[in-house]
Design a protein around this ligand. Sequence first.
Ligand code: SF4
Length: 316
Amino acid sequence: MILTSMSTVGITALVPPELIFACGHMPLDVNNHVPSSAEHPVSKLCAWTATWREMLLQKRLQVDSLVVVAGGDCHNALADGQRVALGGIPAHFFFYPFDGDTDYMEAQMQRLVLHLGGEVDKAKFREVGLAKELGMRLEQMRIEGRISGADAFRILISFSDLCGDIPAFMEQLVPEKRHEEAKFRVGLIGVPPIYKDFHEVAESFGMHIAYDELPYEFLRLGGNSMAELAKSYAGYTFARSLGYRLDFLERELARRRVDGVIHYTQFACHHLLEDDVLRRRLDYPVLTVQGDMPGSTPEQVKLRLEAFSEMLGRAP
Ligand code: SF4
């Protein structure tokens, strides 16, 4: 199916928003509606994909088309994306190159452009690029501890779709809260927590989240031409080998001078299998947390965060 008029294009993971805007449509990251959802899917593995699947099928989330990231970072999305397609919502399947091949990436982007109508307004690349430059300034403020991790996360996570409206989104790129002095700096790696208040809870125990692994990918990738975009997005760490991702992670954690690492994992997510490898390779105290259903951070997770903060206080 080819989209002909302005449409809302759902995305199930990172899909270059530059392309969707440039083809005259509005991206909508379906994941951003999961943490506050009251949905209770009956058939589920990962609650992220099962929740957006049900929201789409029950029309509680409206899209004209769904771009499913089928090759790259999530196999559950591939299965649930097909269920959405069978339910009558047009779907396009988008693949990242595991080996970082930029020609493959560009070919995938060209296929996506065809699905999106085929006309590309390259001025939109620059518009998204300007928003990302602003976002990078805020990210630097977070690294320097001048804005809270919760504030930075709220902004970064929306760079996947820029809330479907670039000018309105840019007006929001002003942090509201001043950061209170935290005792420890931590990096949050893995998929984003499904709990809507996770960052605030970590901060309440004296931990400044100085790095959000996946949302930072939304911000740092981009470009002003198809070739630049292909080169940049071919380096999307979650779609590459674990070794590639670990090299990148080590550099970012060192640059942000973290005292410890929280590895968030999701029930029934294959990334959980990476936990041992990450723990062995990263030279930091690591807390592994596993979540399941969306909502507020459960009490047992709060207790573990509190204990981790106390442990960081005892570390030499
Ligand atoms: S948590 Fe894992 S299984 Fe769930 S959507 Fe993310 S990558 Fe896919």
